[in-house]
Design a protein around this ligand. Structure first.
Ligand code: SF4
Length: 200
């Protein structure tokens, strides 16, 4: 069996794979389509990595544009590792981005943004749909109230994090990409359309 990849590089950034757990079951996620690979990396994890496992793998922070908490899972579900590793990256002078489905507050039943404010430079949040019905169809959330929660998170995030980008996928059936953009702009965040089928 191929060993789990905890860190991997794409272009000039180092990606950190800290959980295989997710709050969504997106139909378009390669994880649910028989693949756990992004580029040449095997991202399946058999456990939730600790900061002690990840920190030695950070490398020389001056060599990377940013560190991105990503992988095939929702990084805020391993919040302890996320916070400890991000704190270390900031201490070393690096830049931190978190790719999230925006359901961290719903999952943890509290606002986690104050805990991220000083250690996360940028958030990339997946909105994915302009209506609850299309969101439920494509993303199959495991928690009730997920669509409202991601919308609330998008509105709240710019109050804590300097750069907030929100994405939706162009070409996803039933999704009005223009309406997604309007939701994002109304929240004072930056809109980033993505193309169906391209991960990472
Ligand atoms: S949020 Fe990302 S990792 Fe989770 S199911 Fe959706 S595409 Fe996959």
């Amino acid at each position: 069996m191929t060993a789990s990849t905890l860190v991997y590089d794409i272009r000039n950034s180092r990606y950190l794979n800290i959980t295989g757990r997710c709050t969504l079951r997106c139909q378009f996620c390669p994880k649910h389509n028989g693949s756990k690979q992004v580029h040449e990396y095997q991202l399946a994890l058999d456990h939730q990595p600790t900061a002690t496992e990840i920190i030695p793998l950070l490398g020389d922070v001056s060599q990377f544009d940013e560190y991105v908490f990503c992988g095939y899972g929702e990084p805020t579900l391993n919040l302890k590792t996320l916070i400890e590793v991000a704190t270390e990256i900031k201490r070393l002078g690096g830049r931190v981005r978190v790719n999230t489905d925006g359901l961290g507050n719903l999952f943890h039943r509290r606002n986690i943004l104050p805990e991220l404010a000083n250690i996360v430079d940028a958030l990339s949040i997946s909105l994915n749909a302009d209506t609850e019905a299309t969101y439920l169809r494509h993303c199959k959330p495991k928690l009730k109230g997920a669509y409202q929660a991601v919308n609330d998170f998008i509105k709240l995030a710019p109050h804590y994090i300097a750069s907030v980008q929100v994405s939706a996928i162009n070409g996803l059936e039933g999704v009005d990409i223009k309406r997604c953009e309007q939701i994002v702009l109304d929240a004072n965040a930056q809109f980033k359309p993505r193309q169906l089928g391209i991960v990472g």
